[in-house]
Design a protein around this ligand. Structure first.
Ligand code: GLU
Length: 495
């Protein structure tokens, strides 16, 4: 039997990083076993807060960004389509009727008001809330139907509920967590089909997994608690269950469930901040899976593919360490060909208004000189804006300068003469290269009879407005003669 796995996102907004981790596991498992990776859109919850149509694009973008390309989905189609649940409503209706016929499900005519009153009463009594199974019994169901018909003056709407077994146990086999046994008593008669004709997760997912030939369900840990219902629906159809895998929960650094409080959680936020796909892939895959090798954290996608197996998935929650992700991203930035980083950084400079939109040829050439100077310090691509700002922006002395740096370095007695000497000497350098600049600055220090550092620091502040940055001479070479001398003159005039 060939492996078929699925990632089944709901368009509830931009996908959570945890969902993409699940997508990665599914994709890896499919690749590893020469199987198929399906992506199915679970869009049957149409409540405004759970149905955000733009989320569909975010799902697509996230998958493409990571390179976990589906073999079958709504974009390419496939033999088991359609892959969007709202286009499969007839199938769910037909399957709900099948369950009614076999006695595993029933129509429920209870009104919202009745259910609400029941829930309130249960809460007041302090007992678990749940449907009282009024319509499970044929006679009472018929009475309810007639009563509602009278109230409404026509055939009343109904939902279809699963007739959950009331005794015994339901066993869930999870490949990671082992066997979990749930008592059937106390389980609710889950709604399978709603009055609007849309199925709930339990019906749609089970029907689709079956019809799409899904062999392994690797899905979020949050579904484990309702796995008994999931299994009960499969059992009601008499189908063979796919193998289940629930990778562990992802926690924030404080060991509470990862949420907005901790920082970015939506995958597209990480794209915007400038995390490379391979860094995100590497980082996410290690949240709840490990190779078993110690100190092996940087793994390329081929290395991961080579090592991946479901046995490596942990039972224990994983901690989302933002600092580690940043570190990892920095590593991947420095391993990348410079040209790739240049291309990825330019849009950030455009967006910040530091270069024109689109950048001119001169701006591109300039960026090609400047960005490599900062790659060493970059942890995310978006940091390029602040790191290179002094190179792209016209800075006015002293308002755009770091005040502390100015106070510390620009007041020294030798600074006015230093500026004058540099202006004169820099103008005469044949190539304006880092090597020539260094020689020239050393000569200035010697002539002024001050330490090299006493020239380096005020020069850096005069030209870039800051005390930090790439090597001074590389920075000056990058800026070029005209800009460098222009800034020195500007400071000289105002000092
Ligand atoms: N649509 C569900 C979700 O987004 C999928 C759960 C599953 O993979 O079965 O959480």
């Amino acid at each position: 039997m060939s492996v078929r796995v699925r990632y089944a996102p709901s368009p509830t907004g931009s996908p959570h990083v945890g969902n993409l981790r699940t997508a990665i596991y599914n994709w890896l498992f499919a690749r590893k076993h020469d199987g198929k990776f399906l992506v199915r859109l679970e869009d049957t919850d149409r409540s405004p807060e759970r149905y955000q149509p733009e989320g569909i694009w975010d799902i697509e973008e996230s998958l493409r960004y990571l390179g976990v390309c589906p073999d079958e989905w709504w974009v390419s189609g496939g033999e088991a389509g359609p892959y969007i649940q709202s286009e499969r409503l007839a199938l769910y209706k037909q399957h709900s009727e099948q369950l009614i016929e076999s006695g595993h499900a029933y129509k429920c005519y209870c009104s919202k008001e009745r259910l609400e009153a029941m829930r309130q009463a249960q809460q007041e009594r302090g007992v678990p809330t749940g449907y009282d199974r009024n319509c499970r019994e044929p006679e009472r169901r018929e009475n309810m139907r007639l009563q509602r018909m009278q109230e409404l003056g026509g055939e009343p709407p109904f939902v279809v509920r699963l007739a959950m077994p009331m005794e015994g146990k339901t066993t869930v086999h999870d490949l990671v967590k082992g066997e979990i046994v749930y008592e059937n008593r106390g389980q609710d008669d889950q709604v399978l089909l709603k009055t609007d004709g849309y199925p709930t997760y339990f019906l749609a997912c089970v029907v689709d997994d079956h019809l799409m030939g899904v062999t392994h369900v690797i899905r979020g840990d949050d579904w484990l608690s309702s796995a008994a219902k999931f299994m009960a629906v499969i059992n009601a159809f008499g189908w063979e269950a796919p193998k289940l895998v629930h990778p562990p929960l992802i926690l924030g650094p404080d060991r509470k469930k990862l949420s907005k409080r901790h920082g970015a959680t939506q995958f597209t936020e990480f794209i915007e901040q400038g995390y490379l796909p391979e860094a995100l892939f590497n980082f996410l895959v290690l949240l709840g899976w490990s190779t078993g090798e110690e100190n092996k954290e940087l793994l390329t996608i081929p290395e991961i593919l080579d090592r991946f197996s479901l046995e490596g998935i942990s039972e224990h929650p994983a901690i989302f360490d933002y600092e580690k992700l940043k570190w990892m991203n920095g590593q991947y930035i420095r391993r990348s060909p410079v040209g790739r980083i240049l291309g990825l950084c330019l849009p950030y400079l455009v967006k910040a208004g530091l270069v024109s939109d689109p950048p001119t040829r001169e701006e591109r050439e300039y960026a090609r000189r400047i960005i490599p100077l900062e790659i060493e310090r970059m942890k995310t691509l978006s940091e390029v804006v602040e790191l290179t700002r002094p190179f792209f922006q016209n800075i006015q002395y002293p308002q755009d300068y770091d005040a502390k740096a100015v106070a510390k370095w620009m007041g020294a007695a030798h600074v006015p003469r230093m500026l004058q000497m540099e202006i004169e000497q820099f103008a005469l350098l044949p190539a304006f290269s880092a090597a020539e600049l260094e020689e020239s600055v050393r000569a200035v220090a010697a002539q002024l009879e001050v330490k090299f550092a006493e020239v380096i620091h005020p020069t850096r502040v005069a030209v870039t407005g800051r005390t930090v940055g790439p090597g001074l001479f590389e920075a000056l070479e990058g800026l070029g003669r005209e800009r460098t001398i222009g800034r020195l003159k500007q400071v000289q005039e105002k000092i």
